[in-house]
Design a protein around this ligand. Structure first.
Ligand code: ADP
Ligand code: MG
Length: 241
């Protein structure tokens, strides 16, 4: 039985939700599976992430999201977090007045901030007492956010473009982080628009114009993606769906 099962979800944005963003999207993830979601900018990858996480204003107008076979469509973010779903945002968060140590440990049990930071390639000695504010680079904030997701030991981690940011994480960094999740038995929905990143997954799917148009091995999907994608998703007319 899949850990996450997204069935036929429809979601529109804007006034009266009339701008179609996802139009009958289905996707499933097994326990502990790393599943890459490839798609050009604007295809709806982050929107899917927000729907699975249950962010404010993101509820599908039809379709089902099941986690551990329970329908979670109506659950708020904190209840989904309690079930073991966590997300690292495309734009990492910034908090004024909180140290990295506190950010990684407050409200969490049995967290080892030192090993979490090491797993994302940061030096605990240099980082733990710094503030999670504008003095950190984009790449550092990204790593610290990934460290906090790792520290939680979730059942499902949604990583929205872990390689994006002002000074990007290299593919090597992303591979290390994904391997740390693998070691923990965490399933990962790995959102990216780079086929090299998708290559480290167990399985992959391509999102195009609000639908999954190809699923299978990362090699197969990356090959399809290379041949069949637009520069950006203009959401007007699509050749591929
Ligand atoms: P991706 O993460 O794949 O780049 P997004 O999920 O961020 O794509 O966005 C998908 C599409 O939905 C884009 O065309 C974006 O402009 C549009 N969109 C996202 N949120 C809203 C919103 N609140 N209102 C109107 N359009 C939106
Ligand atoms: Mg996005």
């Amino acid at each position: 039985m899949p850990l996450l099962e997204v069935k036929n979800i429809v979601f529109g944005a804007g006034s009266e939700r009339k701008t179609p963003i996802l139009s009958g999207l289905s996707l499933s993830l097994e326990q502990g599976e790393v599943h890459a979601l490839l798609g050009t900018n604007g295809t709806g990858k982050s929107t899917l992430a927000y729907l699975v996480m249950g962010c404010e204003g993101y509820a599908p107008s039809s379709g089902e999201i099941r986690f551990d076979s329970v329908v979670i469509n109506g659950l708020p973010v904190h209840e989904r977090a309690r079930l073991g779903i966590t997300m690292a945002w495309q734009e990492p968060v910034r908090f004024e007045g909180i140290s990295v140590r506190d950010y990684l440990t407050i409200g969490k049990k049995n967290v080892d901030p030192v090993s979490s930071l090491q797993m994302v390639g940061l030096s605990p000695e240099l980082c733990l007492d710094r503030m999670v504010d504008k003095c950190l680079s984009g790449g550092e904030r990204k790593r610290i956010e990934l460290a906090s997701v790792l520290a939680l030991g979730p059942r499902l981690a949604i990583l929205d473009e872990p390689d994006s940011g002002i000074d990007m994480l290299s593919i090597h960094d992303v591979i290390n982080v994904i391997n740390a999740f693998r070691k923990n038995g965490t399933a990962v929905l790995l959102i990216t628009h780079r086929e090299e990143i998708a290559g480290i997954a167990d399985r992959a799917s391509q999102l195009c114009y609000g639908k999954i148009i190809c699923s299978g091995t990362p090699e197969k999907v990356a090959e399809h993606y290379k041949m069949k994608h637009c520069q950006t998703c203009d959401r007007v007319e699509c050749h591929y769906v």
